[in-house]
Design a protein around this ligand. Structure first.
Ligand SMILES: *Cc1c(COP(=O)(O)O)cnc(C)c1O
Length: 372
């Protein structure tokens, strides 16, 4: 069967045929046509966060993590002190890359089934005046929990702290308004809710902050200030750009706008999420998170209690039916994850639930119910 699988993962995602077709052309990186594509994508990205007055956006080659690392390296001075609010795997990754770049990092742990706490943050900021920056993961993709961005941003503003947001899995779907939410850096990538292909990240940077960031980065390739200065001057990327990824993203953004922009994207993902959770509930499956804190991006389900369950077999059987699931990322409880994002809708989610039902039957598991 040479039909593509439906990717129920948090990236790479299922993309539209039009996005894929946009990649069937070669581009010269110095050429005016490609320079115009880069400029168009940067403008369209700033539109999505209403950031034209205060922010600029700097694209960077690589997966999303490269851009998180670049944002920290560029924005945080070498003697800065970063507070990382940690309720999951991507928070831990942000903390680790901060430490590896030689920045002092304090990690505040929270339970994985809870959002991080603004009250806890306020206590930390009051207790330690040496903190210069806060790192927040907007949607912690490890579980799918939505963290309180507006409250955290307001606290950082009130206390005069820089805020770096990893909005990788939320940008383009959940509301983020640079006029209402104050941040120094916000990181996202091509292959998430904008439904492009993976290969580049981009960082929204407050212009007034970025102007003072020369020399912060200890890495040449990760220096967003340098990338910005060069791009403003020449319109070009400093080093070989991911040309096909960029033009695919340009096409994906056109389709995003045609669909109705961010609100329409969110509405489709909410419908996907509801269809998935309701359908899986009929099979006995239980989500790991309470519905109030579940972002409509990726859902973590408890593994079935039945002794015949084994993730690898479950995964293979679902794959044979055309659907790619995602393993769990929790250490304490056995789970698996199902993404709600990508160029898919209610039909695909219903078909995915049917594939899971069929898979359970094949494995001889009468119900997806977890251990009580
Ligand atoms: C996808 C994602 C990233 C980036 O992961 P890569 O594997 O580097 O693309 C970072 N943070 C969050 C919250 C994500 O969902």
């Amino acid at each position: 069967m040479d039909r593509d699988h439906i990717l129920l993962t948090p990236g790479p995602l299922t993309t539209s045929l039009r996005t894929k077709l946009a990649m069937l052309k070669d581009w010269g990186s110095w050429d005016a046509d490609f320079i115009a594509q880069t400029a168009r994508v940067r403008r369209a990205l700033l539109d999505i966060v209403d950031g034209h007055d205060t922010h600029t956006v700097v694209p960077l080659q690589g997966s999303g993590t490269f851009s998180v690392e670049a944002a920290v390296a560029t924005v945080v001075p070498r003697d800065g002190h970063v507070l990382v609010l940690d309720n999951g795997a991507y928070c831990k990754r942000a903390a680790r890359l901060t430490q590896l770049m030689g920045r002092r990092a304090t990690v505040v742990p929270y339970a994985e089934e809870q959002p991080v706490s603004p009250a806890g943050l306020e206590a930390q900021l009051n207790a330690d005046a040496s903190i210069t920056h806060v790192v927040l993961i907007h949607c912690e993709t490890g579980t799918g929990v939505l963290n309180p961005l507006a409250e955290v941003a307001a606290l950082c503003d009130r206390h005069g702290k820089g805020l770096i947001i990893d909005a990788m899995s939320s940008f383009g779907a959940l509301p983020i308004d640079a006029r209402a939410t104050r941040f120094d850096a916000l990181v996202a990538a091509s292959g998430k809710c904008l439904e492009g292909v993976p290969g580049m990240g981009f960082v929204f940077l407050r212009k007034a902050v970025l102007e003072g960031c020369a020399g912060n980065s200890q890495s040449l390739a990760m220096d967003l200030h340098d990338q910005w200065v060069y791009m403003e001057k020449t319109g070009q990327w400093r080093f070989t750009p991911p040309t096909h990824v960029l033009v695919a993203l340009a096409s994906a953004i056109d389709q995003f706008v045609e669909e109705g922009g961010r609100p329409a994207r969110l509405a489709r993902y909410e419908d996907n999420c509801r269809t998935l959770v309701d359908g899986m509930a009929r099979l006995g499956f239980k989500p790991f998170l309470r519905p109030e804190i579940q972002a409509p991006i990726i859902v973590t389900f408890h593994a079935p209690a039945h002794p015949a369950y084994e993730f690898k077999r479950f995964y293979d059987a679902a794959k044979a039916r055309g659907f790619i699931l995602y393993p769990g990322k929790l250490t304490q409880v056995e789970t698996f994850r199902v993404g709600c994002i990508g160029a898919i809708g209610r039909n695909e989610m219903n078909q995915a639930v049917n594939a899971v039902a069929d898979t359970l039957r094949e494995m001889g598991i009468p119900s997806g119910a977890p251990a009580p």
